[in-house]
Design a protein around this ligand. Sequence first.
Ligand code: ADP
Ligand code: TRP
Length: 321
Amino acid sequence: MRILTGLQPSGKLHVGNYFGAMKPAVELQQQGEGFYFIADYHAMTSGRDAAALKENIRELAIDFLACGLDPEKSMFFRQSAVPEVNELAWILSTVCPMPLLAKCHSYKDKVAQGISPNHALFAYPVLMAADILLYDSQKVPVGKDQKQHLEVTRSLATKLNEAYGDGTAVMPEAIIKEETELVIGLDGRKMSKSYDNTLPIFGEEKQLRKLVMKIVTDSTPVEDPKPTENSTIIALYKLFASEADLQTMIADHQRGGCGYGDFKKRLADAYWDYFSNMRKRREEILKDPSYVDQVLAHGAKRAREESAIVLGRIKKAVGLA
Ligand code: ADP
Ligand code: TRP
């Protein structure tokens, strides 16, 4: 089984990225062949700071490795290290109806946020489909916000097969876990870099604890019972705490007598402890600056070999080879 996912190097990784995409990807490494990449071409659709891109690529590589990506088991590479992905994107463009792209939420959201609607932003899902189809990927772990992009990918695979014969493209499937498909942020909206409401995975302890204290709560007095439905504190605590601690937290909300400050402290402790092994691993990785470069070079070589086989098959099917 082939598993693939990509993450954009567009800023600090957060808890939403971890539970939505990275954790499932790391777990699936046991069940098949992982293709995990840094979507650097995609990141260019929303930023033009070359130095920042370079730095973010490196940071993302370090963080993903620290979070458990095993470069012995999986291929870990930069999207741009396999430039053939653009060739496949072009082929897919030729079977992609314009309205399929025009209805994508992600495009509309980004334009609404003020990002200029350039062609790459519009064609973003076609490149993403090429990422997936280039490796005959079967399972794609992502958060809910990528569901529509996976539907576009499946639609393009179908169109390619209809035009050039069954088996030209392999049909992928999104892996979206219900419990973690949409991690909420400090303000109760979807956790996202663009909303500035994230809990980063790595960072300085004092700062991370301070962020937890920023969670928006209601004004129920300390002695009164607190609502457990739609509680940001409980939703986040659920990700980090044991079942027993979660039940205690819920019971303490229902009983009253504990304030939000106390609940936030418990959440901050659980959040800090949860990533402690990953922080240690990150420190190890940082000791050898050449390690990351070696991993990415090796991953790119292997990924490129695999991509050549699939692209060769597709080019033959469409009459280019
Ligand atoms: P952001 O919204 O912060 O820019 P990205 O779009 O770079 O995050 O997302 C990278 C991966 O993390 C994708 O698979 C995405 O679905 C997942 N993801 C991002 N935010 C969340 C979230 N709040 N809950 C679950 N998964 C998420
Ligand atoms: N669009 C994804 C995001 O913003 C990143 C991505 C690019 C991706 N190519 C992919 C995810 C292929 C899964 C598969 O998060």
